[in-house]
Design a protein around this ligand. Structure first.
Ligand code: B12
Ligand code: SF4
Length: 570
């Protein structure tokens, strides 16, 4: 292995090395072997797996959506066990297609069970789909899995329209459930791990059981998707010239860090353990997708692709050995750019292996706020990351948020100053946000927000916010941000800060770019003087933006919730 630790010239910054979490190689499963999976016979009805649409997604968002990785994982094992399975992804359907698809689903009598993978923003749409299905066919069995079910298993199962809930990995348990339902035996599925069900109206919860070996999972069955709807994407968020044949791959789960706004900080969330595929298994799937589907670009959607350095080095060695030619993007932490982790030499190898874009959650330019959210990161680490990326010539993506409890105006200003600096260091930088922080359930920061008066949602129906979710605030409204002095001004703060400091991002159209340049001077004055009286520029943009958005993606058009946009990059 070519791994010279000391050859670097990378500057050290602050706590860089101490915050890097290395995972022992023994925690990785050995190689790309396939488990001998049991085959079910006589399953004559289908499993339909559904991704509902987040309510705040526009038609423009839909053309950028990644593949439904959780459903693909469940489908891969069902398929391997001879269970007929379909995936219906409402995220890529137009409004008209959606109506037709729903009517079609509700009229079918060949469905054994319908499964949803649920994020909190998808609940409103999911409930509408289930209602329609149950209205037409009350016997349709419904199972809910996904992150919301993991966070709120009992509350989800209590819902009258829900029959089953899976609150951990669902690949193997779904096969057990299909077997149980197909046999039409009396009794309850007491033997199926990670499952909740109702017995005489009372929710029952089975233990999690053993989690499946991640390396043993079959490849994602992309052929179950209407593939052409996903693969024509640019790896750059605003620059369409980087359009390529784009595939999402998940190569590991979990993260050992403890950022208080993230679900991974929950102690009982899979024990915060990282489970990663071997480099060999990853590249076997990469090669398979290149051969079978003509894949050219891969986004490793893991929250932290780089958490295991040994795997990273094996990955780089194998790409070279196999002479593979593809491009890729992944999430990294800014404090990984150190002499002992990703030094210049390793970064050069990363670039040579096809990496074009590295994204990282920076969150804030204020050290006080970084410490508050237990990011375990120094502001200097982000500067060092931008310097390293600039030197090697890889595009950097940095995401930010604001409006956290305890945050002051000067903290937000520090964030924008940092953004300005990142551009100076590395002009080929993309900034996600800064967006208003969305308190998603399942982490300690959310609990703090609730303590401060953020309205808590107690059951699935409380999340049924159809028509009330917007891109600015997510599922909240200004009044919910009790910890902010003038919450109604939050959108202005972000808007004018972006105009003043982010500048015109790559790929922005000429018209839009010139409008932004013109308004930057006014924006700077407003932002620096905290003056947001008569924000006509803001309203003008909001009116004009939807039309301009059709022409191009711009930094200002990406004004959705902080956590939401952030989560795409981490
Ligand atoms: C990859 C990813 C994406 C991908 C793909 C999303 C998808 N699957 O549809 C993309 C980039 C498209 C994406 C987008 C968004 N994401 Co996202 N994403 C992730 C990430 C990093 C990994 C999820 C994943 O695929 N894991 C791999 C699979 C195999 O594992 P899994 O999801 O844990 O699923 C297992 C079990 O939960 C269970 N299971 C899951 N579904 C089902 C269904 C059934 C029927 C059964 C039986 C079991 C089951 O079995 C699975 C296999 O073991 C998570 C972070 C995380 N830790 O989960 C965030 C995360 C899920 N995303 C999040 C958010 C907010 C979003 C967005 C709303 C952001 C936005 N506004 O743009 C969008 C919504 C997109 C959409 N159209 O649905 C939040 C959700 C928070 C919440 N409370 O809901 C998370 C948790 C990030 C975070 N830290 O906050 N995301
Ligand atoms: S924000 Fe990123 S680094 Fe922090 S715990 Fe979540 S996934 Fe890990």
């Amino acid at each position: 292995m070519n791994d010279d630790y000391n050859a670097s010239t990378i500057p050290e910054a602050g706590l860089l090395e101490s915050s890097t979490v290395l995972i022992d190689e023994s925690e990785l499963v050995s190689s790309g072997r396939k488990a001998a999976r049991r085959k079910l016979s006589n399953v004559d009805k289908k499993v339909v797996l559904v991704r509902a649409n987040p309510e705040d997604w526009s038609e423009a968002d839909r053309i950028r959506v990644g593949s439904p990785s959780s459903l693909l994982a469940i489908a891969s094992v069902l398929k391997d066990s001879n269970v007929p399975v379909e995936i219906v992804d409402f995220s890529v359907l137009t409004k008209d297609e959606e109506v037709e698809c729903l009517n079609n689903l509700a009229s079918r009598d060949d469905i054994l069970i319908v499964g949803f993978s649920l994020m909190s923003v998808q609940i409103a749409h999911c409930l509408r789909i289930i209602r329609k299905l149950k209205e037409r066919r009350p016997d349709t069995k419904i199972i809910i899995g996904g992150i919301h079910a993991v966070l709120y298993p009992e509350e989800t199962c209590q819902h009258e329209l829900v029959d089953y809930v899976c609150y951990a990995d669902g690949e193997e348990m779904m096969v057990d459930l299909v077997e149980f339902l197909s046999k039409k035996e009396e009794g309850y599925p007491t033997h199926i791990p990670a499952l909740l069900y109702k017995k005489n109206g009372i929710v029952q919860k089975n233990p999690v059981g053993e989690l499946p070996e991640i390396n043993d999972l079959p490849y994602s069955p992309y052929e179950l998707l209407d593939l052409e709807k996903y693969v024509h994407r640019s790896w750059h968020p605003t620059d369409p010239t980087h359009k390529t044949r784009y595939f999402d791959i998940l190569t590991g789960k979990g993260c050992p860090f403890r950022c208080t706004f993230c679900i991974n900080a929950l102690e009982d969330f899979y024990d915060r353990e990282y489970r990663g595929m071997s480099a060999e298994r990853i590249l076997d799937e990469v090669e398979y997708l290149m051969d079978k589907h003509g894949a050219q670009h891969f986004k490793f959607v893991d929250e932290l692709f780089f958490v295991n350095r040994k795997r990273l080095m094996q990955f780089l060695d194998l790409v070279e050995e196999r002479k593979l030619k593809f491009t890729w993007t992944a999430n990294i932490r800014a404090d990984y750019f150190t002499r002992t982790y990703v030094d210049r030499k390793v970064l050069q190898r990363i670039k040579d292996s096809g990496c074009v874009f590295l994204t990282m959650g920076v969150e804030s330019g204020s050290q006080r706020m970084l410490d508050f959210m237990k990011k375990d990161m120094k502001v200097e680490s982000t500067i060092a990351a931008a310097e390293a990326l600039a030197e090697i010539g890889v595009t950097g993506g940095f995401s930010f948020m604001y409006a956290l409890p305890g945050e002051k105006n000067e903290d937000v200003k520090a964030t924008f100053k940092l953004i300005q600096k990142l551009y100076e260091i590395h002009p080929d930088t993309y900034i996600f946000g800064p967006a208003i922080f969305r308190p998603y359930p399942g982490n300690t920061l959310y609990d703090l927000c609730v303590e401060k008066g953020f309205p808590e949602k107690k059951n699935l129906d409380d999340w049924d916010l159809m028509g009330k979710i917007d891109r600015e605030w997510g599922f909240s409204e200004a009044e919910d941000y009790k910890w902010v002095e003038k919450p109604r001004e939050l959108p202005y703060l972000g808007f004018y800060g972006k105009l003043a400091y982010i500048g015109v991002q790559k790929g922005t159209g000429i018209v839009m770019g010139n409008i932004q340049r013109l308004l930057a001077v006014v924006a700077k004055y407003r932002f620096e003087n905290d003056y947001y009286g008569l924000p006509i520029e803001f309203f003008l943009f909001k009116k004009v933006m939807p039309y301009l958005q059709l022409l191009t993606w711009t930094s200002l058009s990406c004004q959705n919730g902080g956590k939401a946009k952030y989560s795409e990059t981490m």
